[in-house]
Design a protein around this ligand. Structure first.
Ligand code: PMP
Length: 361
């Protein structure tokens, strides 16, 4: 007889939970998890390979537990006068967020965000034994400063997530919302800027709000704009005292020497690595315009994906696209689907497949 999950002495608060589960199907056109579909450029890949090869010679030793060179490189990349004492990193921003929750959430505490938002926030929160509470957005998925402050004052969360711009809707969030949220709580406020590089060039980052706000955290990832999802590198900027809190919960040597070498080498080529961002933004805008022309409604996006509504039967449209070799995401918002901007060819394949299925409701 095979053992079922329920047969195990699992923590009561984990019973009934579902793991993160975006389908990983080997379809020709995969536009479902907001990856950067452009590979790392050849010359940069060569440099990264050299750095990894050098690091490999020392893998008999534990890596630099403080990943000093990498933190320095992230501080340089973010600018705003940041120093390495204000930087933390992990195996993807998911791990960085987990460290934050391990330090500031946990049993008896509460984490909060505005629905719909990134599906891992509740999972990571519950994984630490904390309670998850969802707030609401207005019909266009924005949150006003007044509404953010009111909802946060009512819930009194220990940790508040502000996904800016928001996944899965693409919605921008202005700095006044972040300031209002911060002023409304005594807890930690995490601004998740996973998609910030896809925002308009003059859109300010919440990094500019860090001075004087010791409970504010800005997290980023190399998975999207840097085309580095497979390497698993995320990072954050915050007050040095907050970084000290994360040292209490991280595993010793959590960032491998190979990861540190690869990420530091990649950051040395930030301009080239980010070279595809403008091209991806133009494919995103092409998706928005074309799905509108096909009779759907595209939501404003400052990310590398588009959420579109007016889909009569999302499961059926998702399947019809799948059958045509195109994988996108049904994120469970009624009458909506989400698609990542790919290369020009992948984007064309998606748009042609969608057009062949028939128009929106
Ligand atoms: N935050 C947001 C909003 C995301 O969409 C994602 C990935 N989809 C992440 C964080 C995690 O990214 P990673 O762990 O690859 O850095």
């Amino acid at each position: 007889m095979t053992t079922r999950l329920d047969d195990l002495p699992l923590r009561d608060d984990l019973r009934g939970m579902k793991p993160y589960g975006a389908p990983q199907a080997a379809l020709p056109v995969a536009l479902n998890v907001n990856e950067n579909t452009h590979p790392v450029p050849d010359d940069v890949a060569g440099d990264i390979l050299d750095a990894v090869a050098r690091a490999l010679r020392d893998v008999n030793r534990y890596p630099d537990r403080e990943f000093t060179a990498l933190r320095e490189a992230f501080a340089d990349y973010l600018g705003e006068g940041l120093t390495r004492e204000q930087i933390w990193a992990g195996n993807g921003s998911n791990e960085v967020l987990q460290h934050l929750l391990q330090a500031f959430a946990g049993p008896g505490r509460t984490a909060f965000s505005f629905d719909p938002t990134y599906s891992m926030y509740p999972l990571l929160t519950r994984g630490t034994g904390a309670r998850w509470v969802s707030g609401v957005r207005s019909h266009d998925y924005t949150v006003s400063p007044a509404s953010a402050a009111e909802q946060i004052s009512e819930v009194r969360p220990d940790v508040t997530f502000l996904c800016a711009p928001n996944n899965p809707t693409g919605t921008p969030m202005s700095l006044d919302v972040i300031e209002a949220a911060y002023d409304a709580t005594e807890g930690i406020v995490i601004v998740d800027e996973a998609y910030q590089e896809f925002a308009p060039h003059d859109a300010p980052s919440a990094v500019s709000l860090l001075p004087g706000r010791e409970r504010l955290v800005v997290s980023r990832t190399m998975s999207k704009a840097f085309a580095f999802a497979g390497a698993r590198v995320g990072y954050l900027a915050a007050d040095p005292a907050l970084i000290d809190a994360l040292r209490l919960v991280r595993l010793p040597y959590h960032l491998s020497a190979l990861t540190q070498a690869a990420a530091t080498a990649a950051l040395g080529h930030a301009d080239t690595m980010l070279g595809m961002v403008d091209e991806i933004v133009s494919q995103r805008d092409r998706i928005s315009a074309t799905v509108e022309a096909l009779g759907y409604q595209a939501h404003e996006s400052w990310t590398n994906f588009v959420l579109f509504g007016g889909v009569a039967d999302p499961a059926a449209t998702w399947q019809a696209l799948y059958d045509r070799g195109v994988l996108i995401r049904d994120i469970g918002i009624p009458h909506h689907l989400r698609v990542t901007a790919g290369t020009a060819d992948e984007t064309t394949a998606f748009l042609d497949a969608l057009a062949s299925i028939g128009s929106g409701s």
